[in-house]
Design a protein around this ligand. Structure first.
Ligand SMILES: C[S@@+](CC[C@H](N)C(=O)[O-])C[C@H]1O[C@@H](n2cnc3c(N)ncnc32)[C@H](O)[C@@H]1O
Length: 150
């Protein structure tokens, strides 16, 4: 949920996304916030964003919500989670980054897993870059490739 990739992360996000594509088909879907988002109260904005998010999901999507209050994973644990979804023949795993205020609780309820990258609140754009890099890292761990060093 947010703006197109900003210049300072675009190259990195596109690089890691391209690398992930060698293992799994992957794509970004950027959902633009409602037009008058700037003047909306937090609760109303999260509700409207939730409607857009839930509308973009398919019933069988496995939704992994990124949220600093979620469960932290090591990189090998993330790799296991990816493997588990692949074993379950999941058609789509969706990693969701929320809006400026996070997400409405209807979205949290829909999530199959809530993943925290850290207890720190990170800026939206940085979350995109870390997400892309960590998913790539998970792919290399699953293939025993040399990228990840313990
Ligand atoms: C600017 S943050 C939202 C701020 C804060 N979560 C709130 O509720 O007010 C935008 C999005 O980045 C993601 N995010 C930020 N920090 C994160 C972290 N440490 N772990 C996982 N996701 C994070 C979440 O998806 C969040 O909805």
């Amino acid at each position: 949920m947010g703006k197109p990739h900003e210049a300072y992360i675009k190259q990195g996000v596109e690089d890691f996304t391209g690398r992930i594509n060698k293992y799994f088909t992957v794509a970004w879907q950027i959902i633009a916030p409602p037009k008058n988002a700037g003047v909306m109260q937090e609760a109303e904005l999260k509700k409207q964003e939730a409607a857009l998010i839930l509308q973009a999901l398919q019933p069988d999507d496995q939704l992994i919500l990124l949220d600093e209050r979620g469960k932290q994973l090591s990189s090998p644990e993330l790799a296991q989670l990816v493997q588990q979804k692949a074993n379950e023949s999941t058609r789509r795993v969706v990693f969701l980054i929320g809006g400026a205020f996070g997400v409405d609780e209807s979205v949290t309820k829909r999530a199959n897993f809530v993943w925290s990258l850290s207890k720190l609140v990170l800026p939206h754009m940085l979350v995109r870059l870390v997400l892309a890099e960590q998913v790539y890292r998970a792919c290399t761990i699953l293939r025993n490739e040399k990228y990840h060093h313990m």
